[in-house]
Design a protein around this ligand. Structure first.
Ligand code: DON
Length: 584
């Protein structure tokens, strides 16, 4: 037998044994890691996808190449991230997507945030002693909200996309069923959370080898159960997730972990399209997410305050600039704790909060030489793991843009998985104010406006942003980072809009964060010690310590800027290793 025949016979046997036919399309995504492509600023003429994962960015770019628009690419990227970046990419969580439709000069805010189950009640996240209980609020089935991601992505696709659903889901299915080379980013994330994750039998089976060890970077990592679920979504749309076997498996997993979700909750789940919040900054229009996210309201509120200063002459990241940033943050986050919640349940004074008149008053209360203090300071409980929500940005040649942030809340959600269906459960219920006045997993305090109630959406900080200039989408950005998201995103937007930086520069600059309570200015490495001393001299409580488990980073932004020349400039944040800008 000659060599060719031998190879053909062996290949035939291989196909019979491992029969889930590998199409040419799927083979593209077999192991092909190219580390050198990570974090590079990329220029492209036809379209751009920037996400926290190298496979997912390439999936989106290839959908653009196939003739898909920004929405097709975003949805494909979203499903791919659920496979390759499961610490935050998800089908079991929720999020927000801003879609800018170039032809209509219109931005739509798609709210696919999780909801509390019908059986939810105000004190459900408290222990028997009536106190906030982390085991319940962070790790139990009660921490899981009714997932919105699948309906959100599919609704965005069916209303605003162009390519067939099967084409959009094919890359994610391939990545799950054929596997991909374990990335260093996922390996590190799993290693960091392994003790928690291995406690759950399904999570252990999905992410660890049978001997309990991890797949090392470069080793083939497959997720057959997830691939089945994605196939069901591809075949049956939302019914493939919210009804039938997947739904049953989800309900079983939630209730085995003490949760309250039922099939009726899945039947009732609705995605809501909302009018985005908009603000003007110089010649730009900043468009972002309205409540139940606090992100859009507060990024606009803070930029309104900042617009009254001559920031250029203060100088980027000077003590004066960092001072007015901190003062704006302290005021905005204080308002957040008081006024923000799900607008379908409480009246949120959005108009006032984003009005220039209100910002003028707040600015007047800021003294340049003396810091204010946050009233009623309580020590914040900061969650000791790395930020794991994830953001991706997409722009296409027609001028459409998508800015999407979605999450399971903590890294790998509550750490529990849905047996048989291959995906993790969120712990988004902790974004409610479980016990008004008591800080949640991000040290955020809230009150009645964000108390738990049946079918209510927990307040979020996720801040997807699209900036419009001269009637065209100019910039897309956003970030993970829990409570820091609003501040992080604002600093990147300001770096571009106010300080004229390109997106790579804007991304690289060190950032600060203040969230009212605790009354501390957290900062990244890279700020001059002289500057920090000047800031302290004004009375700002600069905290010289790592934020979130030694990571010392604030956020992981994914940004695209499209200049007047029409060229897309993509900047994947090096803070999240694995991030990639994919353009063509
Ligand atoms: O919606 C929110 O504000 C949070 N659930 C986001 C969580 C997050 O960014 C995770 N990173 N720390």
């Amino acid at each position: 037998m000659n060599k060719k025949i031998l190879i053909t016979v062996f290949y035939g046997i291989f196909l019979i044994l491992f029969g889930d036919a590998v199409s040419a399309d799927q083979r593209t995504y077999l192991p092909n890691l190219n580390y050198s492509e990570q974090h590079k600023p990329v220029l492209a003429e036809n379209g751009m996808v920037v996400s926290q994962d190298i496979y997912a960015s390439d999936v989106g770019r290839d959908i653009l190449k196939k003739g898909g628009n920004a929405i097709d690419a975003a949805v494909a990227t979203g499903f791919a991230l659920a496979v390759t970046h499961p610490q935050a990419g998800n089908i079991g969580g929720g999020g927000f997507m801003l879609v800018y439709l170039a032809k209509e000069h219109r931005t739509i805010a798609i709210d696919y945030r999780e909801t509390a189950p019908k059986a939810a009640f105000r004190d459900m996240l408290l222990g028997d002693d009536g106190n906030y209980d982390e085991d319940i609020a962070w790790y139990s089935g009660k921490s899981t909200g009714v997932p919105g991601t699948v309906m959100g992505l599919l609704q965005a696709h069916s209303k605003y996309g162009k390519l067939p659903r099967e084409v959009i889901l094919a890359p994610a299915i391939a990545l799950a069923s054929n596997g991909f080379s374990m990335t260093p980013a996922l390996y590190d994330s799993l290693a960091g959370a392994k003790d928690r994750l291995k406690k759950d039998a399904a999570t252990r089976r999905f992410f660890f080898k049978s001997d309990g060890s991890l797949y090392f970077p470069g080793q083939l990592f497959r997720q057959p159960e997830l691939s089945k679920t994605l196939q069901s979504i591809s075949d049956y749309g939302t019914d493939g997730f919210y009804k039938g076997q997947v739904a049953e498996q989800l309900i079983t997993a939630v209730s085995e972990n003490g949760g309250l979700m039922t099939q009726a909750d899945l039947d009732d789940y609705q995605v809501v399209e909302r009018a985005p919040v908009m603000g003007a900054y110089k010649s730009y229009t900043v468009v972002s997410m309205p409540p139940p996210s606090s992100g859009g309201v507060h990024i606009i509120q803070m930029m309104n305050i900042l617009s009254g200063y001559d920031l250029k002459s203060m100088g980027h990241n000077s003590a004066d600039y960092l001072h007015v940033l901190t003062e704006s943050m302290r005021r905005a986050y204080a308002d957040r704790s008081e006024y923000l919640g799900d607008p379908d349940f409480v009246d949120v004074p959005v108009k006032t909060l984003i009005s220039m008149a209100y910002a003028n008053g707040l600015r007047d209360s800021i003294e340049m030489e003396q810091a204010s203090t946050s009233e009623g300071v309580r020590p914040g409980v900061l969650f000791p793991e790395s930020p794991e929500t994830t953001h991706f940005s997409v722009m296409d040649s027609e001028g459409n843009a998508v800015s999407n942030t979605y999450t399971l809340n903590f890294t790998f959600g509550n750490g529990k998985s849905v047996a048989g269906a291959g995906f993790l459960m969120n712990n988004e219920m902790d974004d409610f104010s479980a016990k008004p006045g008591t800080p949640n997993g991000y040290g955020l305090v809230g009150n009645e406006a964000n108390a738990v109630a049946p079918k209510k959406r927990p307040l979020s900080s996720m801040t997807p942003v699209i900036v419009i200039k001269d009637g065209r989408a100019f910039m897309v950005s956003g970030s993970p980072g829990g409570s820091t998201i609003i501040n992080v995103t604002m600093q990147v937007v300001m770096n571009v809009l106010e300080f004229g930086m390109n997106p790579a520069q804007a991304t690289a600059m060190p950032r600060i964060h203040h969230q009212w309570l605790p009354d501390s200015v957290f900062h990244e490495p890279g700020l001059s010690i002289d500057t920090l001393r000047l800031l302290e001299a004004k009375g700002q409580p600069v905290v010289d310590r790592s934020f979130w488990g030694g990571a010392a980073t604030l956020g992981i932004t994914q940004t695209i800027v499209r200049g007047e020349d029409g060229v897309f400039q993509g900047a994947a944040d090096p803070r999240g290793h694995g991030s990639k800008a994919s353009g063509y």
